[in-house]
Design a protein around this ligand. Structure first.
Ligand SMILES: Cc1cc2nc3c(=O)[nH]c(=O)nc-3n(C[C@H](O)[C@H](O)[C@H](O)COP(=O)(O)OP(=O)(O)OC[C@H]3O[C@@H](n4cnc5c(N)ncnc54)[C@H](O)[C@@H]3O)c2cc1C
Length: 407
């Protein structure tokens, strides 16, 4: 019997398996693809999130000139943005955790007993473990959560390639450009989408039309059409396509049931930031504490799986973090209810907050009191249409605020 089975070899699974192995636990990883197969997604992150963890070297690109374009204005962001060098960080983790035994397979069943857990793959292979961590992404079938309303999705269609002329200023990163001159008056109403773009050097750019969150998801075909309309309106032709990214993931997956005996991590554990869609930084910050809690709970030789899982869930989703999660969910509901004009006004006020306030909100690095303070400041500085929208949400989504504010 091994100490831990980790299911999934995305960023969450590979990183957690590494952290667990480094704490002396025996770990088996099971994943559909071998762990060294390149992850399909590209990951953007704020440079400070990586450098604060001593991982600043794992960037393939970084940008000092970062802007948002809202309400027809370009706002410079006093924060540097980067792209994870996904191949290098993946290889680094796999190199650090050679003692983890990875095997290819699809986990179909996990049965938890009083002293061990049985993991079965579709090939009929059975692995016995003291604890199972599911890092199989947001479509996990193993992590239980309560029934929920239809989810809101982030969706995007992006192209890496060459263009007849630069689609954004050279050496720039555009976090969001909500300009919508390229849309018909009807399309301008809903759902709002924005351009996320970066100069990758050597005349190559990445441009992506993104819907921050919407329910039902904005179809990828709509985003593709809007991206081409946006480029066309500026007289820009696509000359070469090197890669197409189609992105779709839920933003408001409810918190998992924290009493269940299978632990989640990453997308499976609802760790995507509900108001921004980012997760990589959270995986890096929260993985080590989770691994430490698991190692401590498995220290005594006969810890029942349910007891180990309870300690792990508690480390991953302590009360203060759960309360912040509900505040972000409240923020998300506002973002989805705003008209395009309100949304522009909202982001203008948001990015005019002190850098440490908006950056802490996006990276989920503020304490709950600081987060509440940032939101109160935002309310104070926002124009009336945004305040009115926020107040209306207190009525429609007050339950999320209550879960934040009432113990
Ligand atoms: C296109 C796209 C772009 C994104 N960009 C960013 C970004 O820029 N920055 C950011 O912070 N976040 C981003 N995200 C959000 C989030 O960081 C990613 O979704 C991230 O990949 C989630 O990591 P994960 O390891 O939890 O799950 P995944 O990356 O989905 O990995 C899950 C793994 O589990 C395996 N698996 C699934 N089911 C089973 C099973 N039954 N048995 C065995 N193995 C199984 C899969 O094969 C896979 O290896 C993006 C998401 C998408 C979809």
């Amino acid at each position: 019997m091994v100490d831990v089975v980790v299911i999934g070899a995305g960023p969450a699974g590979v990183f957690l398996a590494t952290e667990l192995a480094e704490r002396g636990l025996t770990v088996v990883g099971v994943s559909l693809q071998p762990p060294a197969i390149a992850w399909p997604n590209t990951y953007g992150i704020w440079v400070d999130e990586l450098s604060d963890l001593g991982l600043g070297e794992f960037l393939s690109h970084s940008w000092q000139d970062c802007v948002v374009r809202v309400s027809g204005k370009t706002l410079p962001l006093q924060r540097h943005y980067g792209r994870i060098d996904r191949r290098r960080i993946q290889a680094h983790w796999l190199d650090r955790s050679r003692q983890v035994r990875w095997q290819q397979g699809e986990v179909s069943r996990v049965q938890v007993g009083s002293d061990c857990t049985e993991v079965t793959t579709t090939d009929g292979e059975v692995i016995l473990a003291r604890l199972v961590v599911d890092a199989s992404g947001y479509q996990s079938k193993l992590v239980q959560r309560s029934p929920h309303a239809p989810l809101a999705f982030q969706a995007a269609y992006g192209i890496t390639g060459r263009f007849s002329r630069p689609p954004i200023a050279p050496q720039q990163m555009v976090l969001m450009d909500y300009g919508d001159d390229h849309l018909s008056p009807a399309d301008r109403q809903h759902p709002p989408t924005f351009l996320y773009a970066m100069d990758l050097g050597d005349g190559v750019y990445f441009v992506e039309e993104t819907s921050l969150a919407y329910s039902p998801a904005v179809p990828i075909a709509t985003l593709e059409q809007r991206l081409y309309q946006r480029l066309q309106q500026q007289g820009i032709e696509v000359k070469e396509i090197h890669h197409v990214e189609r992105c779709l993931f839920p933003m408001n997956l409810p918190l998992p049931d924290l009493s269940q005996p299978v632990v989640g991590f990453g997308g499976a554990a609802s760790m995507v930031h509900p108001a921004s869609g980012y997760m990589f930084g959270s995986v890096l910050r929260r993985g080590p504490d989770l691994a430490t809690a698991i190692a401590a709970s498995l220290g005594p030789s006969h810890t029942p799986p349910r007891q180990a899982a309870a300690a792990a869930w508690q480390a991953l989703w302590p009360e203060a973090r759960r309360r912040k999660y509900y505040l972000y969910r409240f923020g998300l509901e506002n973002l989805m209810a705003f008209s395009p004009l309100q949304l522009n006004h909202f982001f203008e006020a948001f990015f005019k907050l002190e850098t440490k306030a908006w950056s802490g909100f996006l990276s989920d690095s503020l304490t709950l009191p600081d987060l509440v303070r940032a939101m109160v400041d935002l309310f104070g500085q926002a124009p009336n249409d945004v305040r009115w929208g926020l107040l209306r949400s207190v009525t429609s989504h007050g339950h999320l605020l209550r879960q934040t504010l009432v113990r």
